[in-house]
Design a protein around this ligand. Structure first.
Ligand SMILES: Cc1cc2nc3c(=O)[nH]c(=O)nc-3n(C[C@H](O)[C@H](O)[C@H](O)COP(=O)(O)OP(=O)(O)OC[C@H]3O[C@@H](n4cnc5c(N)ncnc54)[C@H](O)[C@@H]3O)c2cc1C
Length: 420
């Protein structure tokens, strides 16, 4: 088990590390521990997954994948990486509706933080979950299902590891499909909504160095990654005032495009086009921090305008900024709870001290738009403001208290944002 998270900015403080090979061993471990957290693949950028007590990886448990063709579901071991699951699913003729920018993350870790891809009509990865199996504080195995446990289930999916150690998840699947990815350059910001609506999954990238456009808006959109169903017509040559990229590109300027999924309209399976990064290669740049804020979709223009005065300060510590859309859902701690969302993501340089003051300014500028932070990335928002942005926050706190009365799954970060 690694000493640090993927980005290297968090050294896990755990006194003991565990890699059980069976469910009973895991149940005994949880029952006997005072403080315990599960770790997935460690791709989060904050201390949500850290503990001073026992840190447990589920990668030693059998990595099962069970496809139910009739119900169109797959039940998968918690520690399985999305990329490995996707290969197996595709071979069985199925697909997931969406994937994150990287396939390297574990299913349980990604679901716990409401990891997402992009698409006006597509929910985050956790919205595909129809059942969960978890080891609760007393070491018991609890199964909850969307169709049987109703509202309570909606509180248990995006759970930040606070309710127990998830061992298996059942996900909805769809028939396998093909995607073509086109990258277009130089989108006027006024065309943002049209660009997002133009294809199955669309991501926009800017480095905030574009200078003001004719309306005084900074932060021209440098790249549009348009992931369209393979049988949809390609974008016309003059699409929304953009030009076609003439070769493969990486979203972070200067990084090698070979790390990225195929572009230039080459058709390919969903799992080799929906992520930006390829499984066998380093995703993103590596030496980086990430932050992301989810805003009501209708606030997009206002929120970007509020960031405009900070363009130079952002650009000075930024590798790239990505804009995505995510459909509303009903999961209590999902950043998309009850609202179609614009996700404003920042890949910062790896220097936390240099990033911190800019992050504070970004958070101040976005505050009027009720931002909800990505749970797995760096944020410093006021806890009261975060709680106020989630209508079901108090219900989740009560659920955590009920399932974990002694607080063995708590972390410092949870104590700050989810007081008991
Ligand atoms: C290069 C890069 C690109 C990224 N791109 C995206 C993106 O496109 N979209 C996006 O939304 N996010 C993105 N992220 C963030 C990432 O998806 C999330 O941080 C995700 O939670 C990481 O999954 P993980 O398996 O590494 O989880 P970890 O970081 O290991 O853990 C995350 C949380 O889940 C909990 N957890 C893990 N396993 C279990 C379990 N079995 N039971 C209970 N709790 C558990 C942990 O305790 C922790 O609180 C990116 C991160 C990186 C490094």
């Amino acid at each position: 088990m690694p000493e640090r998270n993927w980005a290297g900015n968090v050294r896990y403080a755990a006194a003991r590390r565990h890699r059980p090979t069976g469910l009973d061993e895991l149940r005994r471990l949880v029952a006997g521990s005072d403080r315990i957290r599960a770790v997935g693949t460690g791709h989060s950028f904050n201390r949500l997954g850290d503990t001073a007590g026992d840190l447990v990886s589920l990668a030693g448990l059998p990595q099962t994948v069970e496809v139910d063709r009739e119900r169109a579901t797959v039940t998968v071991a918690a520690a399985m990486r999305y990329g490995d699951l996707a290969t197996r699913l595709h071979a069985a003729g199925f697909a997931l509706p969406t994937m994150a920018s990287l396939p390297h993350i574990s299913v349980a870790g990604a679901v716990a933080t409401a990891t997402h891809g992009s698409g006006d009509g597509i929910g985050n990865l956790a919205t595909a979950v129809s059942a969960l199996e978890l080891v609760t504080a007393d070491g018991e195995l609890l199964t909850v299902r969307r169709d049987a446990d109703g509202d309570r289930f909606a509180g248990m999916v995006v759970a930040l590891g606070a309710l127990g150690v998830v061992t298996r998840l059942t996900l909805d699947v769809v028939p396998a499909f093909e995607v073509r990815q086109y990258v277009r350059l130089g989108l006027p910001r006024a065309a943002l909504d049209e660009a997002f609506a133009s294809a199955y999954s669309v991501s926009l990238f800017t480095d905030w160095r574009g200078g003001a456009d004719s309306r005084g808006a900074a932060g021209r959109i440098d790249q549009v990654w348009r992931k369209q169903l393979a049988d949809a017509p390609p974008p016309p040559a003059d699409w929304l005032g953009t030009t076609a990229a003439t070769g493969p590109v990486h979203p972070v300027p200067g990084m090698p495009a070979r790390n990225c999924t195929a572009q230039l309209g080459e058709p390919g399976p969903w799992h080799e086009r929906l992520p930006h990064f390829r499984l066998g290669f380093t995703p993103s740049s590596g030496d980086e921090l990430q932050s992301e804020y989810h805003l009501p979709r209708a606030a997009a223009a206002g929120a970007l305008a509020a960031l405009d005065p900070l363009a130079d300060r952002i650009a000075a510590v930024l590798q790239v900024c990505e804009l995505r859309t995510v459909a509303a859902d009903e999961l209590w701690l999902s950043p998309q709870y009850g609202r179609d969302s614009l996700a404003v993501h920042f890949t910062w340089i790896g220097d936390g001290d240099a990033v911190a003051p800019v992050l504070a300014e970004v958070e101040r500028a976005l505050a009027p738009f009720a931002p909800r932070p990505h749970w797995g990335k760096v944020f410093t928002l006021d806890p009261a403001a975060v709680a106020a942005a989630y209508p079901r926050f108090a219900d989740f706190a009560a659920l955590a208290g009920e399932l974990d009365p002694a607080g063995k799954f708590r972390t410092d970060l949870l104590d700050r944002y989810l007081p008991r």
